[in-house]
Write a protein that binds this ligand. Structure first.
Ligand SMILES: *Cc1c(COP(=O)(O)O)cnc(C)c1O
Length: 384
């Protein structure tokens, strides 16, 4: 029996930071539990420090922040939005929900990010925006992508759900797009169960973003004393999280550097401890370009084929380690086919990597003994 006993090492375990229960109790006792209370302001300020964003709007999820970005684009039927096929559904769903056609671009075989060399061929006269996802928090090729956006007058949006705390060429991820979105789902580096944020980097979008988030009203302006009553002025919805959730998030963000050190220790242990095994078995480890500093959001391995990937997941389960595959291609998903289309050349790389990828357990509280156990379990698999 190994040092971990008979317990399975879970894929993820949301950590509880030092002050979060106290902060949540404080929010409840204050009687001020609706949105935009004191903890919402504290969490937004901490997010601003991490990302460099001056306008941070906390939302109920990253999905809702993406919805807000779609409303801010003022999409008309037939408009197109360029998105990666290798991403979570919300990256495409938000724009389809608001009447646009998601146009799916393939990913790079090394970083699994949207392939910047394929974006220009996907642009048409209906294209309105490019949405990038920094997979595993490794930055996309932002100078090349920014250049295409500029040349065709497209809005650049970052779905930065993986990338909080990551940098590209020394600049925080989330600071490149006109807008960027964050997720605080329990599987992300910092979390409040369910939550998100919209970073509004283009100041011209901020007034309307505030209104959309407040059910289409100018209530934010009213609370600041800028208008004497609030009214229905635009479309919108209810995108404010309760201040109880913002209290949890505040504590998580205050612990960010400690959590990140712990995550990086796990990531490095995997990367170093599995290098020889990976090289000997034709398995690829994550590739991080020199321009990128990643936030250790996830650790993945790419197997030569789907049969080995499936056998490997079973092998780890037998050794009491929970490993998971990840995104299924959006371009070939039922709704992807119905609402979107593939960019010229299709998405062959996405199809391959989706079948070959496995993610290992990675969370802040994953102790050294468990990390060693995972490395042993992985290393005892032989690619057949
Ligand atoms: C987690 C995630 C989302 C969705 O986040 P929610 O907060 O659960 O809505 C969107 N995009 C990416 C890339 C994600 O990883």
């Amino acid at each position: 029996m190994s040092a971990t006993g008979l317990r399975t090492v879970p894929f993820n375990r949301p950590h509880v930071t030092e002050n979060e229960l106290d902060y949540m109790a404080e929010a409840v006792r204050s009687g001020r539990t609706s949105g935009d209370g004191p903890f919402t302001r504290r969490a937004a300020a901490l997010l601003g420090e991490l990302t460099g964003a001056s306008n941070v709007l906390l939302t109920t999820s990253c999905t809702h922040a993406l919805d807000m970005s779609a409303i801010l684009l003022d999409l008309r039927p037939g408009d197109e939005v360029i998105v990666p096929s290798f991403t979570f559904v919300s990256t495409a769903n938000a724009y389809a929900l608001h009447g646009a056609v998601p146009v799916f671009v393939d990913c790079r075989p090394d970083t699994l990010n949207i392939d910047e060399r394929l974006i220009e061929a996907a642009v048409t006269d209906r294209t309105r925006a490019i949405v990038v996802v920094h997979y595993a928090g490794v930055g996309c090729a932002m100078e090349a992508i920014g250049e295409v956006a500029e040349r065709y007058g497209l809005v650049l949006i970052e779905d930065n759900a993986h990338g909080l705390g990551g940098h590209y060429q020394g600049r925080p991820l989330g600071s490149f797009g006109s807008m960027a979105t964050q997720s605080f789902h329990e599987t992300k580096n910092v979390h409040c169960g369910e939550g998100g944020a919209l970073l509004v980097n283009d100041p011209a979008l901020m007034a309307r973003a505030e209104i959309i988030r407040e059910k289409g009203t100018d209530r934010s302006r009213y609370f600041r004393g800028q208008v004497d009553k609030y009214r229905w002025v635009d479309i919108g919805s209810s995108y404010l999280p309760s201040d109880i959730l913002a209290a949890q998030l505040t504590s998580q963000l205050e612990s960010f550097s400690t959590l990140q050190e712990q995550r990086h220790a796990v990531w490095r242990a995997y990367h170093e401890g599995l290098a020889d095994w990976a090289a000997g078995n034709g398995v690829s480890q994550p590739m991080v370009p020199d321009a990128c500093a990643h936030p250790a959001h996830l650790y993945y391995l790419l197997f030569p084929d789907v049969a080995n990937r499936q056998a490997f997941i079973g092998h780890l389960a037998a050794h009491r380690v929970q490993a998971l595959f990840h995104y299924q291609p959006l371009h070939s998903a039922p709704a992807g086919r119905r609402y979107g289309r593939e960019a010229p050349g299709g998405c062959p790389v996405t199809e391959q990597v989706a079948d070959r990828l496995v993610r290992l357990p990675l969370f802040a509280d994953l102790g050294e003994t468990d990390v060693a156990h995972v490395i042993d379990a992985v290393s005892s698999y032989e690619v057949g």
